[in-house]
Every structure is written in structure tokens, then in C-alpha cells.
Design a protein around this ligand. Structure first.
Ligand SMILES: C[S@@+](CC[C@H](N)C(=O)[O-])C[C@H]1O[C@@H](n2cnc3c(N)ncnc32)[C@H](O)[C@@H]1O
Length: 465
């Protein structure tokens, strides 16, 4: 649960509207006349109020994310870059969007008994956001009702319904964190993390910290500029050279970023690179290399990297980033469900496309969309790509398979199926991954606590002859 310390500003009394505002807002509102459910002053007189801009923007972003149009991070960045909100309101907006998404299944359960039939998307987004404020943030109920009924009037839903629902909505089962995941997904977390699963599921509800891989010059520069390296609850401030950072300015405005001394990467993502062992001087194939973050880390460790992905646009982003970092890699566009014409490598990383179920703290919108069928579809694609990766691993070489997912089908079962189809491979013990991890089939799962993502990682050796 969000601690009182991390709460954003409490709901503030709505302000009076200016004449000009009244004109423009009235056009957007369905019904401009004072209503029974309009905010009222102490004497019971209806008063005109602004919809709070941070809340309005939050609900707009939620509508776009819930429609499946975009990831929360992209939608929020885009909305904030056009909105020109003061920092405090931008902070509230970010907190409302991510908080609502992190608690969405629980909030849906709280609202369900109060809603009949299909609720239109805009009204649903508004009710979820308001319910998050009321039940989780502890914003006073009358303020929640006032703020969101006012917002409803600007075209987000029937004010009377919003008023009635928000007055009645109550927390189901004392905000049990298990209810913040769909039941089947909570089951996957329990299977993956056993006795630690309750702590893990509760941890997914916290804001995601920023992790940076820093060179020594980058660390000095950030500290000189007044940023801080911080430890999380129960976690280190750094895992190897990946540090948890609180910046005092936007990342792109830091000297460390401009000079290529800093690269955002989760410690669990770095663990996939470490699983390959010493890569200095080795030709490494980075399969499904995407935006080339792991390719960059491999290049920094002295590898001669060839990164392969199906999407050419990702190579463009990766090349630019490599240039910033002063590193090199070859980029090849290919569909890895079929064998490309490439020389096998003695170190191969397949960081396969997956459901992302291990990244719910930074991508909470995934829990709205993920289904058991999507897990099966991902597992099918992963099996095809693993077969391609087998052919691209030189005899005696090492194949590391990783996914940022904690489901059985994409992790231990994927490797089990692979080893049955490819008896020329045997699983090997993983080197030190620098992050806490638990055994999982023939590999390991990084423990998603303190902002570390949940990655399944396995290291497989191909027979030499
Ligand atoms: C988990 S992301 C990789 C992230 C990357 N390793 C990194 O660290 O930045 C998975 C990647 O798989 C790619 N992909 C999906 N299907 C593919 C296919 N059939 N062939 C090749 N690449 C594919 C996607 O474009 C995506 O970039």
C-alpha cells in the first residue's frame, strides 16, 4: 500500500471559474445548469468549479491506456509534454495514472457491485481513478466526490452515476494485495515465488525507481550535480555497477547521460548479460536484441556483438544509443522464427519476446491485458525462436535464454521442452547474477523486490562435437 509519506497532495478545494473558463467548459459539459449533485458550498448553494487539470489529464491518459492504444509510460510522457502542468500537478498525475493501473483489478472488484451493464470507457477510467484516490490514497471522500463529479461534467460520464457510485464504493477484503492481480496471474506468482510471493505481489504496487548502469565518471558526475544513490526497502543502492538513483534533474539533462556514462537498465536485465559469463573478446549473438540495451552492455564488456531483431526501427534507436555510449555493434534485421544466414556464435543471448509479466511494477497496464491465452501464444513463439537459437550456437558454445516473465510456460517449461527437442544441450549453473534469485526448473528467477524486475534466466551449453 502507498505509504502516507509518498502520498501526493491531498485533493484541494476546487476553484471558482473565470468567465472565460465558464464559456469554454460549458460547451464541453453535457448539462451546464446547477444540479442536485453539483458541488455545494456550506449553505447548500451550487458553486461552479474547474475540473482539476492533473486529475483531468490522469483520466485522459487512463482512457488511452485502457483502450489499448499505448503503454502508460508513452501516454503519460506524451500528455505531460503537451500539458505544461506545474511539477506538483505533474507528480500527482503520474501517481494517479500508475497507482490506478497498479490497483486496477482490486478497484474493478470494488466497483462491480455498484455498476450494471457495460460502463463506457471514459466513465470507467474516471471511476477507477477516483476509487484509487478514495480507497488507496485516503483522499477525503467528499473531496473525491466533488473533484470527480466536476470532471464527469466535462464529458467523462454521467455526473449522477459518478456521484452515487463514489459515495458508496468500499474497499474489498481490506485492500488485500493479492486482489491487485487477476486470480490466474496471482497463482503464477505464488507458484514462482512460494513463501515470498505475498511480499513480491505487495512490492509490485510501489512506484518504480530509476536504475542506471554508471561508469565511475558517471557516478562522480551525478553525485557532483546533487543526485543521490539510494537503497530501496530491503534492497541495495547498487547491484554491481547498476545503481538505484534519485536524480535532481531530468536524466537527459545530466552530464552523465550526455557523455554516455549512464544507461538506464534494470539490474535483472543486466543479470541476463552476466549469465553469459566472461564475454571479453568473444563474438556474441544478441538475438531479439530490440533497442540494443543488452547489446550495449555486452559491447561495454568487450564482446564483438551482432544484434538481430525483426523490427528495423529498433536498430535505428539502438545505433543512436550506441553512438552516445561510444560503443559498437552490428545490427541485422531478420525474423528469428526461421534460421537466418548467420555464422553461429560461441556466446548467444536470446532475450525473447514475452508477456512482460515480471515487469508489472514499471508496466502495470500489462495486468489489464494479459490472458492465459497470451501466455500460451508467447510460449509458442519462444519455442520457435529457441530452436533457431540452437542452430546459431556454435558447438561447445553457451546459449542464455531469458524472458522478463514469471509464468511457468515462458520460463522453466519453455526450457524443459527445448531440452527434450535438443538433447545436444545441457543446463549449466548460472554465474553470480548480482541480484537475489530463486531456482526455477533448469534456470533461475530474479526476485522482483525493491524495483528489480522478474526475469527467468537459463544457461545452456551445446555439446562440443
Ligand atoms: C524483450 S525484447 C528485447 C529487448 C532487448 N534484448 C534489450 O535488452 O533491449 C524482444 C524483442 O523481440 C523482437 N522480436 C519479436 N518477434 C521477433 C521475431 N520473430 N524475430 C526477431 N525478433 C523478434 C521484438 O522486436 C523485440 O525487440
Amino acid at each position: 500500500m502507498t505509504s502516507p509519506r509518498s502520498r501526493p497532495g491531498r485533493a484541494r478545494p476546487a476553484q471558482d471559474r473565470t468567465a472565460q473558463d465558464r464559456t469554454s467548459q460549458d460547451r464541453a459539459a453535457r448539462d451546464d445548469r446547477p444540479r442536485q449533485d453539483a458541488p455545494q458550498d456550506g449553505a447548500g448553494r451550487a458553486r461552479f468549479v474547474h475540473a482539476n487539470p492533473a486529475r483531468a489529464l490522469s483520466v485522459r491518459v487512463l482512457v488511452s491506456v485502457m483502450a489499448g492504444d499505448s503503454f502508460a509510460a508513452h501516454a503519460l510522457d506524451d500528455a505531460l509534454s503537451h500539458a505544461d502542468l506545474p511539477p506538483r500537478d505533474a507528480g500527482l498525475c503520474t501517481h494517479l495514472v500508475y497507482g490506478t493501473l497498479r490497483y486496477a483489478p482490486l478497484l474493478e472488484a470494488a466497483l462491480a457491485p455498484l455498476l450494471r451493464g457495460e460502463t463506457p470507457l471514459k466513465a470507467r477510467a474516471l471511476l477507477l481513478c477516483a476509487t484509487f484516490e478514495k480507497l488507496v490514497l485516503g483522499t477525503p471522500p467528499h473531496a473525491v466526490v466533488n473533484e470527480y463529479v466536476t470532471l464527469a461534467r466535462t464529458g467523462f460520464g454521467p455526473p449522477a452515476l459518478v456521484n452515487a457510485v463514489l459515495r458508496r464504493v468500499e474497499a474489498p477484503d481490506g485492500l488485500n494485495p493479492d486482489l491487485t492481480l487477476p486470480g490466474w496471474l496471482a497463482g503464477q506468482y505464488r507458484e514462482a515465488f512460494g513463501a515470498q510471493s505475498s511480499a513480491v505481489i505487495a512490492d509490485l504496487l510501489q512506484p518504480q525507481p530509476l536504475w542506471l548502469r554508471l561508469t565511475p565518471a558517471g557516478q562522480d558526475s551525478l553525485l557532483d550535480e546533487g543526485s543521490r544513490l539510494v537503497a530501496g526497502e530491503g534492497t541495495e543502492a547498487a547491484f554491481g555497477d547498476v545503481a538505484r538513483v534519485e536524480l535532481n534533474r531530468p536524466l537527459r539533462a545530466t552530464e552523465a547521460y550526455e557523455q554516455g556514462w549512464a544507461q538506464p537498465i534494470n539490474p535483472a536485465s543486466m543479470a541476463c548479460v552476466l549469465a553469459l559469463g566472461d564475454v571479453d573478446g568473444h563474438a556474441v549473438l544478441d538475438l531479439a536484441g530490440g533497442a540494443g540495451i543488452k547489446a550495449a552492455m555486452l559491447s561495454a564488456a568487450g564482446a564483438n556483438v551482432t544484434s538481430v531483431d525483426r523490427v528495423p526501427g529498433k536498430h535505428r534507436a539502438a545505433r543512436n544509443n550506441m553512438k552516445r555510449l561510444g560503443l559498437n555493434a552490428n545490427f541485422i534485421t531478420a525474423d528469428l522464427t526461421q534460421a537466418p544466414d548467420l555464422t553461429p556464435g560461441d556466446r548467444v543471448l536470446l532475450d525473447a519476446p514475452c508477456t512482460g509479466s515480471g515487469t508489472l511494477r514499471s508496466h502495470p497496464e500489462i495486468k489489464l491485458r494479459l490472458t492465459p491465452q497470451a501466455v500460451q501464444d508467447a510460449a509458442l513463439l519462444q519455442a520457435q525462436m529457441l530452436d533457431t537459437a540452437a542452430g546459431l550456437t556454435a558447438p561447445g558454445g553457451v546459449l542464455v535464454y531469458s524472458v522478463c516473465s514469471v509464468t511457468q510456460a515462458e520460463g522453466p517449461q519453455a526450457v524443459q521442452g527445448f531440452l527434450t527437442r535438443h538433447p545436444e544441450f545441457t543446463p549449466e549453473a548460472l554465474p553470480d547474477l548480482l541480484v537475489p534469485a530463486v531456482p526455477s526448473g533448469d534456470g533461475a528467477l530474479t526476485l522482483p523486490l525493491g524495483g528489480v524486475d522478474g526475469f527467468f534466466i537459463a544457461r545452456l551449453r551445446k555439446r562440443a562435437d
